[in-house]
Design a protein around this ligand. Structure first.
Ligand code: HEC
Length: 121
């Protein structure tokens, strides 16, 4: 019996860790992204482009922001995985981008952040 429970725990733990929480993600966003990006009703370009609906959006496609040519021509369609990679190393994903960021979060914070972005279609 004990070993069955242990197995159940082992199997469940990774799923629990990978699940993001949008509410927790709001704090991650405001600390790490909010200085340059806005989301939510009426969000507009700031130092960086607004991020409403960024998941599924073509890179460099909002109309009120002046992107780098590299971002505009990257041909990326933003998925959660692409965004995570871009946040972890902006110029690894888009060489020449003007986004500068040093990410010190962990996997859980990233999952929360992505859920938060997902909650702003
Ligand atoms: C210091 C300012 C700054 C911070 C902090 C920052 N960004 Fe950016 N971000 C930018 C700029 C500037 C661009 C435009 C890059 C370009 O045109 O090359 C950008 C572009 C982006 C894009 C592409 C959007 C599009 O319309 O194609 C995504 C996605 C993005 N940022 C996500 C994030 C996330 C998520 C965070 C927080 C973890 C973050 N950024 C933090 C400045 C910032």
């Amino acid at each position: 019996m004990k070993s069955v429970l242990l197995w159940a725990l082992l199997l469940l733990t990774p799923a629990v860790q990978a699940a993001g929480d949008a509410e927790a993600g709001q704090a991650v966003f405001s600390k790490n992204c909010g200085g340059c990006h806005k989301v939510g009703p009426g969000a507009q370009a700031a130092f960086g482009p607004e991020l409403n609906g960024v998941i599924g959006r073509t890179a460099g496609s909002t109309s009120d922001y002046s992107y780098s040519a590299e971002m505009k021509n990257s041909g990326i369609v933003w998925t959660p995985e692409k965004i995570a990679a871009f946040v972890e190393g902006p110029s690894d994903v888009v060489p020449g981008t003007k986004m500068r960021l040093w990410w010190f979060g962990n996997e859980q914070k990233m999952a929360d952040l992505l859920k938060y972005l997902e909650s702003h279609p």
